[in-house]
Structures are given as C-alpha cells and as structure tokens.
Design a protein around this ligand. Structure first.
Ligand code: NAP
Length: 353
C-alpha cells in the first residue's frame, strides 16, 4: 500500500477548517499530520477546543491532536489554509517559503499575477503559474488560491457556456448562506426572518475573480477575460448553500436548449475527471420549475457539483438561469482538496509521502 501524503490544516477550528478535517479524515491520498489555529487555541486538544458543527463524528485520532500555532515548520507537504483573512497573508507566505504547497481559501493572494486562481474543471492549465511564482519569489513551495465561495459556483456553471459561446455580459444576484460568514457569523437577530442586501467586498470579488478564472494564460500571467460583470450579493437565513440568479449575454444569440445541451455534456478534462474529489458530471441541470433549492440539491456530487435550473430566455440579455453551489465544499474546502489532488496527479508531490 502506498503511504499517504501528510498535510496540515491552518485555521482548523473554523467553519471551513472543520470541513477540511471532515473531508481529509478518510481521504485516499492525504492524511492530517497537524491542525493549527490562533494562539488562543494552540497547545490545547483539538477535540476540546473546536466547536464541532459537522454532522459526522469527529474521528478520535484527530480529536486527540494538539492544536499548533499557525507558523512553520509544521508537518505536511500541503498546507490547507482556512485562516481568518486578516492574518492569512504573512502566514501563508511563510509556509510557501518553507516548502509547503499552500492551498488557500482566503482572499489575500487571489489576484496576484503569479498566483493561480483555480477551478480545476475550468482552468487546470493555470496551475503552470506556480513555476513562475516559485522562480520569481525563490520559494521551494507555492501558493495556490481557491476563489471566493459565490464565485466558485458561478464560474463552474458558466465555464462551459463561456467555452462554447463566449460570455459578453453577466448579471448575477446572490442569496448566500450564513455559514459563508464563518463562525459565529451573522447574529441570529440580524439574519432570522430577514435578508441583508450587503456582504462586504463580495461583489468586487465576484467581478474580478470570475474574469481571472476564465482568462487566458499568457506570457505575463493570466490575461483576464473581457466580459462585463454586475453583481448584487445578499445574505439570507439559510445555513449552507449559495443560490444565484443569473442573466447572461453571449457573442451570438444562444437558445435555452443549446445552453442546456452544453451544460449537460460538459466534462472535466481528463487530468481532473479522475481525481477523488471530482464530481461527475460537474454541472447538473434540473429541469423542474422550482429547482435548484439549497435544502434539496446541495449534496449533489458530494457537495462538489453545481446545480443549474430554470434556463430560459432573457428579454434583456440572452439567457436567464438559477444555480446552486455548496459554499464550504465546492466554494472552499472540497475544491481546495481537489486542487491538492491535481498537484499530486501532476507529479508535484513526488517524494513528499
Ligand atoms: P472562521 O469560522 O471565522 O475561522 C477562522 C479560523 O482562523 C479559525 O480557525 C481561527 O482560529 C483562525 N484564526 C483567527 N485568528 C487567527 C490568528 N491570529 N492566527 C491564526 N489563526 C487565526 O472562518 P471561515 O468561515 O472558516 O473562513 C476561513 C477563511 O476562508 C476566510 O478567509 C474566509 O474568507 C474564507 N472562506 C470562507 C468560506 C465560507 O463559506 N465560510 C468560503 C470560502 C472562503 P481560532 O478558533 O483559534 O480563533
């Protein structure tokens, strides 16, 4: 039997960190060698300090780990970062400098020219950016970024349509779950029976990250795709799952049937399709009039598939549709694990077991 590759989780006590722990607990290629968080948690038993919110039991061996400070050296060829964005920058850089592949969920490094912003099904070729990054920064490790959670679902659903028809205009309005704000997140008195029409920084993230992910790898980094994006973001009283209503305009007129065919036939490239975390298919189309819904459709593809519904003509742009993605799985920990799997499949973790 091949030895598993050791990994560590930074920010392991938080919402996304717990999802990492759950997904990595029985991963076929990786095993958790260390969990880390803030100084307030460091030195204590993980099982005692974490407010475990996952619906499966915390494995005893992980519960017994002592939480470490979020600073190198820590065991692990890959450092999954679910750190608070306010502190993540220097910590992630220190781990990359010390030789780890840092797969981060924080916003900090996403838009840097030499950092790949990845959705493996859409832009696995951008992985090559880490060679430039390591060379220019003199790092033996590297930083790879996961997009913001609402962008991850949106862009996975739109990538096949962009490849087939060329996106020109995109209007999106989101209904985002409270778990997207981390723990303890939005106060219940603010969110219950309410909709908050503002999520700080989220609209800007959707607008710039979507163009980078669907951009083209050129000599000076990623040349952003040129479509126009207008985003409205809202926090709703749902626990998990971001629902997004979208209108899109293409370079030519596209019918709903054409779009549905492209979405249904979309498959990940071979280097991604066989990864343990890759859903097949990545995008599911549901033709029922009232779907997708967070409560009913969130677990498709073990939380890694995006569900699209209500594909219909738009009187202003070409098409309208609704999409749903799991914010802490496809939009965070699940896709970060998939990115690390891509690193391994690409031979970049050789000799790290
Ligand atoms: P969270 O629940 O607030 O967890 C934050 C984590 O950061 C905790 O483990 C916390 O440890 C740790 N931390 C805080 N201050 C620290 C410090 N000074 N040094 C080291 N560790 C520190 O947040 P979250 O929702 O899991 O989000 C984590 C990151 O992922 C954020 O950058 C967020 O923007 C991003 N993200 C979140 C989602 C989502 O759906 N929630 C989706 C995509 C991306 P202690 O417990 O010890 O304080």
């Amino acid at each position: 039997m091949t030895a598993k590759i050791p990994v560590c989780v930074l920010g392991a006590t938080g919402t996304v960190g717990q999802k990492f722990v759950r997904l990595l607990a029985d991963h076929p290629w990786f095993e958790i060698a260390a969990v880390a968080a803030s100084s307030a948690s460091a030195g204590r038993r993980y099982g005692d300090v974490v407010r475990w919110r996952e619906t499966v039991e915390l494995p005893g061996a992980i519960a017994d780990l002592t939480v470490r400070e979020s600073a190198p050296p820590l065991p692990g060829a890959v450092a999954f970062s679910a750190l608070d964005a306010e502190v993540a920058g220097p910590i992630e850089q220190a781990f990359a400098r010390a030789g780890a592949f840092v797969v981060t969920n924080t916003r900090t490094h996403r838009m840097e020219l030499d950092v790949p912003l990845l959705i493996p099904e859409a832009n696995a070729d951008h992985l090559a950016l880490i060679d430039r990054q390591r060379e220019s920064r003199g790092w033996s490790g590297a930083i790879l970024a996961n997009p913001n959670c609402s962008t991850a679902a949106l862009v996975l659903a739109l990538a096949p349509l962009h490849q087939a028809f060329g996106l020109e205009k995109l209007f999106v309005s989101t209904m985002q779950a409270v778990s997207g704000a981390g723990y303890p997140g939005v106060a219940s008195l603010d969110t219950l029976g309410n909709v908050i029409p503002y999520i700080g920084g989220e609209e800007e993230k959707i607008e710039r990250e979507s163009r980078k992910i669907l951009g083209t790898l050129g000599p000076s980094g990623v040349e952003a795709a040129s479509f126009a994006v207008s985003a409205h973001t809202n926090r709703v009283a749902v626990i998990d799952g971001h629902l997004e209503t979208v209108s899109v305009g293409f370079r030519r007129r596209v019918t709903p049937d054409e779009a549905i065919t492209v979405l249904r036939e979309f498959r990940a490239p071979p280097c991604v399709a066989d990864l343990p975390s890759s859903p097949n298919p990545p995008v599911e189309v549901d033709s029922r009039a009232d779907r997708p819904q967070p409560r009913l459709d969130l677990e498709r593809g073990r939380g890694m598939a995006v569900t699209v519904g209500r594909v219909r003509p738009c009187p202003i742009l070409d098409l309208r549709l609704v999409l749903l993605g799991h914010n802490t799985i496809r939009g965070a920990a699940g896709q970060a694990v998939q990115i690390a799997e891509l690193l391994k499949a690409d031979g970049r973790l050789e000799g790290r077991a």
